[in-house]
Design a protein around this ligand. Structure first.
Ligand code: SF4
Length: 129
C-alpha cells in the first residue's frame, strides 16, 4: 500500500504513542503508524496536507489552522524534506530508518520540534533529551 506523508510527520510518527487532536485523528494516526511499519508500505513525501492531516480537526480548506500557522508547519516540513527526495517513492522501513539516523540529536531536530505542544508526549523527542 501507499501513504502520503508531510515532512515533519516523519518525526511525529516515530514519537507517536496515542495522543492527538480528536478521537478520529488518533484512530487514523494509529492506522497510519501501523501501515508505515509494513514491509510493503510505500511512502511519498509532501509539504502539503497528507494522510494524517486528512482526519485532523485543525485542517481548514487545505490549510493547517490558519495562514500563519500553516507557514510555520510548511517550514517544519521543508526542514525534514531537505534531507530527502520529493520525487522519489520510499520503502517505508528504509525511509524511517534513514529518518532515525539523520535526526538523531536535539540540535538536528530543533528547527522542527521546538515549540511543539506534544513535546512531553513524544517518545522520539524524549529519547533525544
Ligand atoms: S492539519 Fe496541521 S495540526 Fe493537523 S495533522 Fe496536519 S499539520 Fe498537524
Amino acid at each position: 500500500m501507499k501513504i502520503k506523508l508531510r515532512g515533519h510527520h516523519l518525526l511525529c510518527l516515530l514519537g507517536f504513542q496515542g495522543y492527538g487532536y480528536s478521537e478520529d485523528f488518533v484512530l487514523n494516526m494509529t492506522r497510519i503508524n501501523e501501515l508505515r511499519k509494513s514491509e510493503d508500505c510505500i511512502v511519498s513525501l509532501t509539504n502539503e496536507p497528507d494522510d494524517i492531516c486528512s482526519s485532523c480537526p485543525n485542517l481548514n480548506d487545505n490549510v493547517c489552522e490558519n495562514k500563519k500557522q500553516n507557514e510555520i508547519i510548511v517550514e517544519m516540513d521543508d526542514e525534514v524534506l531537505s534531507q530527502f527526495n520529493l520525487e522519489k517513492e520510499y520503502n517505508s522501513l528504509e525511509l524511517f530508518n534513514e529518518v532515525s539516523l539523520k535526526f538523531n540529536t536535539m540540535k538536528k531536530v530543533e528547527n522542527v520540534c521546538k515549540n511543539c505542544k506534544w513535546e512531553n508526549e513524544c517518545l522520539f523527542y524524549k529519547k533525544l533529551e
